[in-house]
Ligand binder design. Structure first.
Ligand code: PMT
Length: 398
């Protein structure tokens, strides 16, 4: 995909790999992109702004405030103009600033102000990269939708060999193209997402619940929002605050979830149900708190409606299967039984996968049989993989 008419805001930070940014700028410009470069003060120690300016024929922004007030407002202008923001090389310092939202220079202000996809290409010494603080910061950024490319294994500036080299320029450009291809591919689409775990009252104090935190559904809603979709997010009780810029409906029980989904899907192009919805509820909830007696207590449970199975209409239906054994087989049968287009099978007994985790390990199964088992990745990355499939199924008529 040519980059003509696309604005790439490129951040260069103070890594020895900064010299490679000249090659990246040159190749992006040759591909037709308008490249706006922001250099941190420390980056100018490694490569001169004049070198970069000679490649882009555009002014290079350094530091925070230039000579005029206009330049101070520039970070908003760049943030708005960007079709994609890339930081290459990205030092451990800038990664940690972004992870906590520090905005103390033009680059970090621009990243915080942009709604465009943000790509991070780390480059640093192996020990810095493998430091748990750096690793935690990268997981946090991935969970927020940042795209991380590299670093790769190879010879470092210190002469040692290890992971920490900046990803190859070609790989960074490919990532830029992929990010540009994704952003906006759901513009004009209406997507309903469910998240969290329903609670079925036993009495005014007690309920039957499950372990869903809402993270998987939230990640799908945020990814869809970032790709231009109009998102309706229906949330069963969770302890995590709802994402911004998304229409929220709060529910408690499976019946309330059914009601909310039925209303929301009337105009929708796709329904993606990540919520853990109870299959059973007490036949009736006691009006008063059930007193503790010496005898055992039995609860009669009745089936709740199968929301996904009962949703009709011309929309793409995506469900999840929370399984602990025969994961793919059980998921396939749910796909058939609920007449789904896609089902996401996740083994909830897998470490770092399923309920409450920031990561998930899933197998995506299409109705036509196409099956892809993905490695452990952040729930946001899983969300984008699911949406890639949904985009493929949304015909123009949707
Ligand atoms: O929220 P997290 O902590 O991030 O955890 C994520 C998750 C493990 C909850 C998520 O990845 C997941 O697996 N969600 C589905 C959980 C579930 O209810 O799976 P199930 O196999 O019981 O249901 C199958 C599908 O039918 C689900 O899409 C579910 O939303 C839907 N369903 C279930 C019951 C019901 N009465 N009506 C439904 O529509």
């Amino acid at each position: 995909m040519l980059l003509t008419d696309k604005t790439v805001v490129l951040g260069i930070t103070g890594s020895i790999a900064a010299y490679k940014a000249a090659d990246l700028v040159s190749k992006l410009t040759q591909a037709g992109a308008k490249v706006e470069v922001i250099m941190t003060e420390s980056a100018t120690e490694f490569i001169s702004p004049l070198t970069i300016r000679s490649l882009t024929a555009r002014p290079v922004v350094t530091g925070m405030f230039g000579q005029s007030l206009e330049s101070a407002i520039e970070h908003v202008a760049l943030a708005e103009a960007a079709d994609v923001v890339a930081i290459a090389p990205a030092t451990a310092n800038v990664i940690s600033k972004l992870a906590v939202g520090v905005a103390d220079d033009m680059l970090t202000c621009t990243v915080l102000a942009t709604r465009a996809p943000v790509i991070i290409a780390p480059a640093m010494h192996t020990d810095m990269f493998q430091n748990s603080i750096t690793q935690d910061n990268l997981v946090k950024l991935k969970a927020r939708g940042f795209i991380i490319v590299g670093p790769v294994y190879g010879r470092l500036a210190t002469g040692t060999v290890g992971i920490g080299r900046l990803a190859e320029v070609e790989e960074i450009i490919a990532t830029v193209k992929q990010a540009l291809g994704r952003s906006g591919d759901l513009v004009g689409k209406r997507i309903v997402v469910t998240a969290g775990g329903t609670q079925e009252p036993v009495d005014p104090v007690r309920y039957i619940g499950n372990r869903s935190s809402g993270k998987m559904g939230y990640a799908i809603a945020e990814a869809a929002r970032d790709r231009g979709a109009e998102v309706k997010l229906i949330i069963a009780p969770t302890s995590i605050p709802a994402p911004a810029d998304i229409e929220i409906t709060q529910v408690e029980t499976a019946l309330q979830m059914k009601e909310a989904v039925t209303q929301a899907v009337t105009q929708a192009d796709a329904l993606i149900m990540a919520a853990a919805v109870a299959d059973y509820q007490p036949r009736s909830a006691a009006k008063a708190k059930i007193k503790k007696e010496t005898a055992d207590l039995s609860l009669e449970l009745i089936r709740t409606p199968d929301i996904l199975a009962e949703v009709g209409g011309n929309l793409v239906k995506v469900g999840f299967a929370a399984e602990s054994e025969n994961v793919v087989e059980n998921a396939r049968s749910k796909l058939e039984q609920k007449q789904l287009d896609i089902i996401i099978a996740n083994d909830i007994t897998d470490v770092d996968s399923g309920f409450g985790t920031d990561t998930n390990k899933v197998t995506i199964i299409n109705r036509d049989g196409k099956t892809e088992s993905l490695p452990l990745m952040t729930k946001r990355e899983v969300a984008d993989k699911i949406l890639d499939r949904v985009v493929g199924l949304l015909s123009p008529k949707h």
